[in-house]
Structure formats: structure tokens, C-alpha cells
Ligand binder design. Structure first.
Ligand SMILES: [Zn+2]
Length: 354
């Protein structure tokens, strides 16, 4: 007891880079990325030569969706230690998600020149070069807020229709949320085979958002209503990512994307009538991509119902403010209580009975 207080008096924890690094690491483990960013930033200022402190700050900023800060911290970590494998991996991923595939590739190539045997880098590079080769053949059409990439010239009419439908979703979702992203959003149109190769998602998946909207054409998407629904859904994911960063719970993200689908879409909550067992919201914080088709249906339906309740209870501006708090680093439960004026556990208990 005495020894600890003497040590604490010697160096206040706020000025001890080791203590700050431990605080930052614990905050990352507990998904408190705002606290983590603060701790690592202060530690790095005290010990500017330590690459791991820059890296920690980069991870926290990345998770908050603060891409410029994250890029700067990862680059500083690599300048201090060019063989820093995790900094290479995260910086490459950051560029990839920002749609800067050539930058992602060149970062990995530079790292492999220094450490030629890194399997993780080699394997990812093979996949990225394949995507780059495919993309180099793609054509594009643009509107004010969207760019569509597609491979075959005869698909140009379809690509134009895709961006026109996305513009319609942009206006409709914008009117509901009061949010109009200014940066253009890219949508890449794939064949079934290309989509499987590039995204490696479950077979039930027809579209994804990972910084770009990726859509698997053909099949159900030949029906215009279904194409509309899928494009609107993925556009909302783009909006959520821009507002809330990467810590938004999956049920909030998928629920918003689902309830904001165009009127006339199939009733997303119908699967709830066919099941007795409902997942708790606390089990729906991580992505649904690993779920079976049946579990995914129930998860989407539960998420949609919970978000519908949220919107009915507090309105869209409160939900937008909640997302913005997450991007600033607020933990979900406290941001929820602040913006929804209710404890998260109490809301989850209500949602379970809906
Ligand atoms: Zn989704």
C-alpha cells in the first residue's frame, strides 16, 4: 500500500508512458477506443521513439473511424520500426477499405522486401493483386454522390441504373436521418464468381460494404425491387460507417439498414413470427457474417424490430447523435443512456418482449 502510493507520488500515472500504455491496452480490450486513443497519444508524446505507442493510437483511431489520424499513427510506427508487421497489416487494411488498393499493395510489397517470409503478407498480396488485375479492366460511370465500377461494356445501362437508384436512396435516407454524406461512394458490380473470390462471404450474401459497396449481380437482383432494396441497405451501412466509425453494434447497423429499406420491401420482421427463441441484443454486437442463413434471418429481424422501437421512442436525430458519440469514443452503453434517455439493459429487456 505504502510502496504503491510512494511510486505513484514519484511519477503520476498521467505522465508515466508505461502506465499509460497499460491503460490504453486495457481500454482497447474493453472496446473503449476513445480512452485508448487518449492514453496512447499521451504516452507517445512522452516517449516519441516507441513505435508500439503510435501503433496503439492508430488502432484506436481506426476503430473510431478517424482514418486520417489512424494513417498518420501507423505511418509513424513504421517510420520508427520498418519491420513492424502489425502496423503494416493495419495500414494496408486502412488503405484497402478507403478504396486505395494500389497503396495497400505497395505497403505490403515494401514490407515483404524487408521480411520476405511473412506468410500473412504473401497470402493477402496474392488476393489483392487478383482484385487489382480485375479492377484494372473495370469501366466506370459517375453521378454526384456515387461511382459504379463494372467489367463488361454491355453492363453500362445497368450500372447507370444502379447509380440512379443509389441517388434515390441518398435523398430518401437523407430526408429520414438528416444526413447527406459529401464524399463520393464507390459501388463495385461483380459476377457471382468474382464476388465470391473478392469478398469470401457466406453463400447467402449478395452484397457487402467494407468502404465500398460490393454487389453480386444476377439471380434475385435481376428484379428491380430487390436491387433497390439491396442498394439502399448497403448505402445505409456506408452512412453508419461515416457517422459512427467501426464500433457500432451490428444490431444497430443492420437494423437501421433494414428499416430504412424502401417501402414495399419484404417484411424483414416476418421471421420473428416463426421462432420462439429470440437472440438477446447483447449477442448481436458482432457482425452476422458467420451466421447460418436461418440464424441470420432471425438476427436481422430482431435488429430491425429493436431499431424500429428506438426510432419510435426517440426519433432519428437521437440515433444519429448516438452514432456520432461512438465515433468520438464514447462506450456504447453510456452513449445509449445519454441519447436514448434509458439504460441499455432496460431497452434490451423491452426489445426482447416486443
Ligand atoms: Zn447489412
Amino acid at each position: 500500500m505504502l510502496a504503491a502510493s510512494v511510486a505513484a507520488a514519484d511519477v503520476p500515472a498521467s505522465q508515466d508512458p508505461i502506465a499509460l500504455a497499460l491503460t490504453g491496452t486495457a481500454a482497447i480490450e474493453n472496446q473503449r477506443f476513445g480512452d485508448a486513443l487518449e492514453a496512447f497519444t499521451r504516452a507517445a508524446a512522452l516517449q516519441p521513439g516507441d513505435a508500439s505507442l503510435c501503433f496503439g493510437a492508430g488502432v484506436a483511431a481506426f476503430m473510431l473511424g478517424q482514418n486520417d489520424v489512424a494513417q498518420d499513427r501507423f505511418e509513424r510506427a513504421l517510420a520508427l520500426n520498418p519491420r513492424y508487421l502489425q502496423a503494416t497489416v493495419w495500414l494496408g487494411d486502412l488503405h484497402y477499405r478507403a478504396g486505395h488498393l494500389p497503396a495497400a499493395i505497395s505497403i505490403y510489397e515494401a514490407a515483404l522486401q524487408r521480411s520476405p517470409k511473412e506468410r500473412e503478407l504473401q497470402e493477402q498480396l496474392v488476393i489483392w493483386r487478383k482484385e487489382q488485375e480485375l479492377q484494372s479492366r473495370f469501366l466506370e460511370v459517375r453521378t454526384e454522390h456515387f461511382t459504379a465500377l463494372f467489367e463488361v461494356a454491355t453492363d453500362e445501362a445497368l450500372a447507370r441504373e444502379v447509380v440512379a437508384r443509389l441517388e434515390a436512396a441518398y435523398s430518401r435516407v437523407g430526408r429520414t436521418l438528416g444526413v447527406y454524406p459529401s464524399q463520393p461512394i464507390t459501388v463495385v458490380l461483380y459476377t457471382r464468381e468474382q464476388f465470391g473470390d473478392i469478398t469470401r462471404l457466406a453463400a447467402w450474401s449478395v452484397a457487402a460494404y467494407d468502404g465500398r459497396i460490393r454487389v453480386r449481380l444476377g439471380g434475385a437482383l435481376e428484379q428491380r425491387d430487390e436491387l433497390d432494396r439491396v442498394l439502399s441497405h448497403e448505402f445505409v451501412h456506408a452512412v453508419v460507417a461515416k457517422l459512427g466509425g467501426r464500433t457500432v453494434p451490428a444490431w444497430v447497423n443492420e437494423g437501421l439498414a433494414t428499416v430504412l429499406e424502401p417501402a414495399g420491401s419484404e417484411d424483414a420482421e416476418a421471421p420473428l413470427a416463426r421462432t420462439e427463441v429470440r437472440p438477446a441484443l447483447s449477442t448481436l454486437h458482432r457482425s452476422f457474417v458467420g451466421f447460418s442463413r436461418r440464424d441470420a434471418e432471425i438476427a436481422y429481424a430482431s435488429a430491425a424490430r429493436a431499431v424500429r422501437r428506438l426510432l419510435a421512442q426517440r426519433g432519428a436525430p437521437a440515433v444519429v447523435a448516438l452514432l456520432e458519440d461512438l465515433a468520438q469514443g464514447a462506450p456504447f452503453a453510456s452513449a445509449f443512456q445519454q441519447r436514448i434517455a434509458m439504460r441499455y439493459e432496460d431497452f434490451a429487456a423491452l426489445a426482447a418482449r416486443d
